[in-house]
Each structure stands twice: as C-alpha cells, then as structure tokens.
Design a protein around this ligand. Structure first.
Ligand SMILES: CC(C)(COP(=O)(O)OP(=O)(O)OC[C@H]1O[C@@H](n2cnc3c(N)ncnc32)[C@H](O)[C@@H]1OP(=O)(O)O)[C@@H](O)C(=O)NCCC(=O)NCCS
Length: 181
C-alpha cells in the first residue's frame, strides 16, 4: 500500500539512477522523443510540442498515480540515458504497463534491462502490484528480446496508437518474478 513515505521512484542500480521529471526537463524530453532512431518503433518522432506535452503528462501521472516513465541517468557522469517506468495500461487501469525508452547514446549496453529490472522490483515490492504487462511494436525485435529476458510471457495482441496497429502484449505476475521481499 502506498503511504506518504512511499519512495517516488526506483532506487539506483549498478550503473543508473532514477529521479522524477520536472517542468525544467524540456530539453531532455525533446532530445529523447524527437529522436528518429529512438522513436522508430514507437509511432515515429514527436514534434517538440508533442514531446513537451508528453513531459507534462508524465509529471501529471506522478502526481495522480505515483508512477511515470522516470528519467534515468548514468551514475558515472550524470548523462541522460532515457526513461523507464510504469503507467496505467489502457485496456485495464488496474494493471501497470512497463516501458523503456533508452537514449541513442546509451544503446548496446543492456541499460534498458538494468532499468527495467529495477522498475519491476519497485512495482512488485513497493507499489504492491500483482501483474505487469509490456508490449512492443511488431517490428521491434530488440524490445521483444528484452521483454522475454525479463521473464514476461506472451498474452494477446492489442491495438496501439493513433493507427491502432496491433502490438503483442506480454504479462509478468508477481509470483513468477519471485517472492515478495
Ligand atoms: C529496445 C530497448 C528497450 C532494448 O533494451 P536493452 O536490451 O537493455 O538495450 P540495448 O541498448 O542493449 O539494445 C539491444 C539492441 O537493440 C538495438 N536497438 C535498440 N533500439 C533500437 C531501435 N530503435 N532501432 C534499431 N536498433 C535498436 C541496440 O542497438 C542493441 O543492438 P546490439 O545488441 O546489436 O548492440 C532499448 O534499446 C530502447 O529503449 N530502444 C529505443 C526505444 C525503444 O524501442 N523502446 C522499446 C519500446 S517498446
């Protein structure tokens, strides 16, 4: 159960730290969500205004639900590494959806996996979630590989985005992720 002492975001990992988005993070939001390669499998690039709207949505989600796609940074030098976190799943607002958006400069180091494992642990042990879901664009084999490495199993296809493209959805139950700490 969430209390006033519930942490706002997952704790640091070996190479990353999390924090919450602030309204001063416009430049980071734009660098991530307007990037052609990063956004290739996520509906294409956003406009600068779209990225700033997304930033405001993330801030609102933290205020309303205590979750967001938290920004992540390299512990070594503070470099912005993207975001990873949770949101309410559009098909069922009682279920949390896991997501990872790594900045281009941080690919190929399995940092998405490191961030996602911290988010999963936070969801099950701090937020008391019973079930997580994750999805990926039909052509996003790298995301599929990550979701499977994390222990999710395929569930069903679900329409996503303005064009309602079918995305495979996977699920991970708390019991499958190990006993509650
Ligand atoms: C896909 C992703 C979640 C995988 O996380 P991860 O396995 O921990 O991260 P890595 O950075 O080690 O990526 C694994 C491979 O995917 C490749 N990759 C990641 N995103 C890619 C993209 N959009 N287009 C092409 N290749 C991509 C990386 O170059 C890497 O390739 P390599 O192993 O041959 O070097 C992460 O790379 C990412 O956030 N990518 C951009 C945004 C995205 O697509 N998110 C998923 C939304 S469903």
């Amino acid at each position: 159960m969430k209390t006033t002492e519930t942490p706002l975001h997952p704790p640091p990992t070996e190479r990353l730290f999390f924090r919450t988005w602030t309204k001063n993070d416009g430049a980071l939001a734009i660098s991530l969500w307007t990037h052609l390669e990063v956004m290739r499998h996520m509906g294409g690039v956003m406009t600068k205004d779209g990225a700033l709207q997304r930033l405001r949505r993330e801030i609102d989600r933290q205020e309303q639900h205590g979750i967001q796609y938290w920004p992540i940074f390299l512990r070594e030098d503070g470099q912005f590494a993207g975001c990873s976190g949770l949101r309410l799943f559009h098909e069922d607002a009682t279920t949390l959806e896991l997501g990872v958006h790594l900045a281009r400069s941080c690919w190929s180091l399995r940092l998405g996996e490191e961030a996602a494992r911290a988010v999963i642990d936070f969801a099950f042990t701090v937020l008391d979630a019973e079930l997580l879901v994750a999805g990926h664009g039909p052509e996003n084999g790298n995301s599929q590989a990550l979701i499977e490495r994390l222990g999710f199993t395929y569930s069903h296809p679900s329409p996503w985005g303005e064009e309602q493209i079918l995305h495979p959805i996977y699920r991970l139950e708390r019991t499958a992720a190990g006993p509650k700490q």
